[in-house]
Design a protein around this ligand. Sequence first.
Ligand code: NAD
Length: 338
Amino acid sequence: MKVNTVVVCGGGGFIGGHLVADLLKKGAKQVRCIDVKPLDEWYQVHPEAENIVADLNLRDKAFEACKGMDTVINLACNMGGMGFIEKNKGLCMISVLINTHLLMGAREHGAQRFFYASSACVYNADKQKDKKLDVYLKEEDAYPAMPEDGYGWEKLFSERMCRHFREDFGVSTRVARFHNVYGPNGTFEGGREKAPAAICRKVIHAKLSGDHSIEIWGDGLQTRSFMYISDCLKGIYSITESDIIDPINLGSSEGVSINQLVDIVEDIAGIKLKRSYNLDAPKGVNGRNSDNTLIQKLLGWQPNTRLRDGMEKTYRWIYDQMAGRYPAKAREAVAAGR
Ligand code: NAD
């Protein structure tokens, strides 16, 4: 990305923290980072950036955010994994205010580019009924609209807002539909975590506590694909710079079932756990994968991090966050491979 002056909205979050770090590394002239959470709750704080705590639902804050910025990246959203979005539909939908006010601010202050982070949750639920690895969702599968209730509708509406601000007011919008992004420096507990981090946490707990069991949400046969954070960042840059005006998939097409994801984490941890299945827990659609035909054709983009490698890095980071909570003896036993 031709980095100049960039505001990263939601920069205290998982993807935002990594993006700010990378923009600074690339020598961006000015990086403004905004999040509603207090600074000590941001996953990463980069002193070289302009770090601002503000609620971007508010029109004035969103306008100030865009002032003097060439590029507006909107990653700010009240969201989480299935455990959060199934139970907080109203809260998820309020985030339409963030994107709407940021688009208005970008228009007012003449931003040259506006990037919006949408989601695979916009896709029509009818197309995701099969528990198969090859449920590849193409961009046109978002319509006729029947997205994930709450969160998915917020994303679909905000995509539409981007389109109409581009068509009617000339704001140069770009939209990516992220498919499950994972990596270090993100949520792994507290109710907003997603499957890769939650499974790492459960396996690490089993290992350090000696209770060699794991509860899996659903029957474990539901399928997904997961994109490592560094691949996501490259995709954000490519899409933001590109001439692609319609929403486009940004995800891995390496499908796995949740059971297979648990296999991978068990393998990393060097442990085998007794599995139980909670069929009443939130589990989302049955099968979902990213059809990458369009992004490969238009941008030549494809993720180059294997799931096993990305999960290893994620596991190690979560392990470091958790290890201090367990008795030293447990950690020593793990270090000694016992
Ligand atoms: P995240 O929750 O870690 O980051 C989002 C940040 O937005 C949080 O730090 C939150 O505090 C902030 N925020 C929420 N409301 C705000 C407000 N009113 N004002 C200012 N900041 C506010 O999530 P993430 O994983 O980094 O996701 C970033 C974006 O990508 C989100 O829009 C999300 O919907 C989208 N997305 C993520 C994934 C994924 O797997 N991580 C998948 C699909 C889409």
